[in-house]
Design a protein around this ligand. Structure first.
Ligand code: GL7
Length: 824
């Protein structure tokens, strides 16, 4: 053991020793095993248990303080939380990582081996779910009272593997052998109702009342995941609901001899929290999905009200002062009619008071403009599943149209049709976006441009009705996970150059800009990048058997697979480079490794074809001697938070190439820039703000702008023209139809070509191709200048301090939530 010299080191030594003893204690008393025979799993669990002693202390203190001070709290309602692993995150946030590493080393255990024992908590699809995870980290770090509410899915996002290049999905079982971070809270179980019918009754005074006779009752069991703030601040809670059959309901069926029926109902009730819907930005439209949404909203509202009543009894007047609820997209919008139902039907509040209260409580974040992601539910389905709620929605809509729309646009039926929460047609639909705007006091988009488009293109009339309702909060990412924990080498350099305060004050990174021209700092920065790349090269070899040159440019596109994100634009450019090499054996380019990570929604055919094409083309290129290592293509299987943590620190180039106007913000773009990658990107989402921060010398912008995209669509876009006028485009698209990449099976990769020609190329891949290829050429020439590149990489890290999720949270606090921090 190291000698303790300073008081600080002595304290560290003491904690290390204590931690060691606690780990051993838990190995004995919690795991029932011993140091000489414990598996890595057991060591990991024992260490988690030792860490939890501190986590639970923090949790108790935080909850007691919030209760005593009767704080106003934020309630984040989200169907998704993409948490990843919590082991090293919790250690870092508790300031215990180094001690734990030392303690374990003294016990002969490598901390990295223990980290690998943990399954990712993948209760989300992509950016929206990961944003929720970053936000709850920042809320705890900034000492804001907050609870995250969501669903305790038994199976998170599917695991991806490839079979002959095609995506195979397998279930994810993140808690098969129990998860050490969660606590079941049977004392806070809730019961919720679905189905049935509504009866109109009259009380003794002759007042009409609606009584919902539910067809089924379901139990919600809460599981709490402590959310540890950085540096001993608050420990908040993520409360996730698991569905179970209600005991009381099943009893009847059981007693009347229906043992089998009772068992079946159990299974049906448990189905609700069984699986996460694997669709990113598409509206599934399925009954079970609506029930999921209602289940967690109803459980969460009851939980909030229970806590409120403990302090305030039946006096509802302080409710809006104490409670603010953020709707993470429209997925939890059914919370609005649910709160109305509770207030009007259960608490006997009159409609106007109830509605006034609701409108002070809810705020809504829009995360996408894609039409296929804007949720609409068939009225028919609502009537079946939530018969009382559809009545309430009708009443909200009736008053909205009469008291707002008809006042501003008297007699304008077209306006009414457009703004109605109920969409007319053969199959009438409930528009959840409209409901969210009408029921919320604030509506925000997630990047400047996106918020503008929400106002100008999505809800212009709503802006006319309520100009002050709309605002912007640009997304952010937590620098604790996305720099400190995932890139320890760079973190150490930053500690030396800008001081150790940057994880909670990311703007401090701008001091690094002073060293951007300093050859020594350039060398250190690039040496770190090189080491991270060497680590990644090993990981790639392990996972894919592909050898890559760690000195090549690492060019990374990691995100869900979607046409609008344009992985196929990247692929067409790779094909163009390959073709240039074959046509000119001396083709001069800096060696480049193109790395992809992406899951496709299981039902998204073209997305899966794109994965297949990338894999087949990778196979051919990687094994073609003529390429002489100038080009490699790698598709990493099972992209997830844990893999992102290995890829991001090793990236030289960050691909952010969505069609302008389609990517609301993006957050991977922020993580990659923060770790010193140079972006190749369109003027879309937060790329625009990244470009403003880092300056045009340090980002390669290309492609049509939002206005140009609109103009092109308006004037009539003909992708065929690009195909016929650009020989390189024609050659690579035609190549896809041959059997060059799929010997003996011509046409296997033709889906991409068809979507771009006959399919009309809705995302303007061909229109942006030439400009993209030029931007890539620019990257190539930039990279040849070693010092110049180092400067760009350093300035990316230095100048993206704006994109910490701490800043996003402070923006929400001042623009929307109006919270006060509560020191623990
Ligand atoms: C998304 C946006 O597509 C993405 O650009 C944004 O960064 C993210 C978080 O705000 O939200 N919207 C959406 O529906 N998904 C996203 O990732 C799935």
């Amino acid at each position: 053991m190291k000698k303790a010299t300073s008081p600080q080191a002595a304290a560290t030594g003491a904690t290390t020793e204590q931690l060691k003893q606690n780990i051993i204690k838990h190995l004995h008393s919690s795991l029932g095993t011993d140091v000489n025979k414990a598996s890595s799993q057991a060591w990991w669990r024992a260490t988690c248990a030792a860490v939890n002693e501190q986590v639970f202390d923090g949790l108790r203190n935080t909850q007691r303080t919030h209760y005593q001070q009767d704080t106003r709290a934020l309630h984040y309602f989200s169907l998704e939380y993409l948490m990843g692993r919590l082991f090293s995150n919790n250690l870092h946030n508790l300031g215990l990582f180094e001690q734990a590493k030392l303690a374990l080393a003294e016990l002969g255990i490598k901390i990295a081996d223990l980290e690998d024992q943990e399954e990712d908590m993948a209760l989300g699809n992509g950016g929206l779910g990961r944003l929720a995870a970053c936000f709850i980290d920042s809320l705890a770090t900034l000492n804001y009272p907050a609870v995250g509410y969501g669903i305790h899915y038994e199976h998170g996002l599917f695991k991806q593997s490839f079979q002959d290049g095609r995506q195979i999905e397998r279930p994810d079982s993140w808690r098969e052998y129990a998860n050490p971070w969660e606590i079941c809270r049977p004392e806070s179980v809730q019961e919720i109702s679905v189905y049935g019918y509504v009866e109109t009754v009259y009380d003794l005074q002759g007042l009409m009342k609606k009584v919902w006779h539910p067809g089924r009752i379901i139990k919600g069991v809460p599981w709490d995941i402590p959310v540890v703030g950085y540096n001993g601040s608050s420990v908040n809670v993520l409360r996730l609901w698991e569905s179970r059959a209600s005991d009381f309901f099943n009893w009847d069926v059981f007693n009347s001899g229906g043992y089998i029926d009772a068992a079946r109902e159990n299974i049906e009730a448990e189905t609700i929290s069984k699986v996460l819907y694997p669709n990113d930005e598409t509206d599934a439209g399925k009954e079970l999905r609506l029930i999921q949404q209602y289940f967690f909203c109803s459980c969460s509202l009851k939980d909030i009200i229970r806590r409120y009543k403990r302090a305030h009894g039946d006096d509802w007047s302080k409710f809006p002062q104490q409670v603010v609820i953020q709707l993470n997209d429209t997925h939890p919008a059914v919370a609005i009619p649910e709160l109305m139902r509770i207030l009007v039907d259960r608490a006997d509040m009159n409609w106007d008071d109830a509605w006034a209260l609701c409108q002070q409580v809810f705020a809504y974040t829009n995360h996408t403009l894609l039409p296929e992601a804007l949720e609409r539910w068939p009225v028919r389905l609502f009537e079946k599943v939530l018969p009382r709620h559809i009545e309430i929605i009708y009443e909200i809509n009736r008053r909205f149209l009469a008291e707002q729309v008809d006042v501003l646009w008297p007699g304008d039926h077209a306006k009414k049709r457009k703004l109605s929460i109920i969409e007319e047609g053969d199959e009438p639909m409930v528009r959840m976006g409209h409901l969210s705007v009408v029921g919320s006091f604030k509506v925000n988009g997630v990047a400047e441009i996106h918020s503008k488009l929400v106002q100008s293109d999505l809800f212009p009339e709503m802006v006319a009705l309520w100009p002050d309702k709309f605002t912007n909060v640009t997304n952010g990412v937590t620098p604790r996970r996305w720099l400190k924990a995932c890139n320890p080498r760079l973190s150490k350099l930053l500690d030396e150059k800008v001081g150790t305060g940057w994880p909670v004050n990311l703007k401090l990174l701008s001091k690094l800009a002073d060293y951007a021209d300093d050859p020594q700092v350039q060398d250190s920065f690039m040496a770190i990048k090189q080491q991270n790349k060497a680590d990644l090269a090993k990981e790639i070899k392990k996972l894919t058997r592909i050898d890559i040159d760690p000195t090549a440019i690492f060019d990374i596109q990691i995100k869900r697979l979607h046409e609008y994100k344009r992985q196929h634009l990247n692929l067409l450019h790779i094909l163009a480079l390959y073709r240039r090499i074959l046509q000119n054996p001396d083709y001069d380019m800096v060696p480049r490794v193109f790395i992809f990570g992406a899951k496709a929604a299981p039902g998204y055919k073209l997305a899966k074809e794109i994965i297949y094409a990338i894999n087949k083309i990778a196979d051919k290129i990687n094994n073609d001697k003529r390429v002489k290592n100038r080009l490699k293509v790698v598709f990493m299987p099972n992209y997830r938070v844990t893999l992102a943590e290995k890829l991001i620190p090793a990236a030289d180039v960050s691909e952010q190439i969505s069609t302008a106007g389609k990517e609301a913000s993006g957050t991977g773009n922020m993580k990659l820039a923060l770790n010193g990658a140079v972006t190749v990107g369109t003027l879309d989402g937060a790329n625009i703000e990244i470009a403003e921060e880092v300056g045009s010398d340090n980002i390669a912008i290309f492609g049509l702008t939002v206005d140009e995209v609109k103009a092109l669509h308006a004037s009539g876009y003909h992708s065929h023209e690009y195909y016929h006028n650009n020989p390189e485009i024609k050659a690579v698209l035609d190549w896809l139809e041959t059997d060059y990449f799929t010997p003996g099976k011509p046409g296997e990769l033709s889906a991409i070509k068809h979507s771009l020609l006959e399919g009309g190329d809705p995302y303007l891949v061909l229109a942006d191709f030439e400009s993209y290829a030029k931007a890539q050429q620019l990257i190539d020439s930039w990279y040849r200048d070693k010092a110049g590149w180092a400067k760009k990489a350093i300035l990316n890290t230095a100048l993206v301090g704006k994109f910490t999720s701490d800043r996003s949270i402070e923006d929400y606090v001042s623009k929307v939530w109006q919270l006060t921090p509560c020191k623990i």
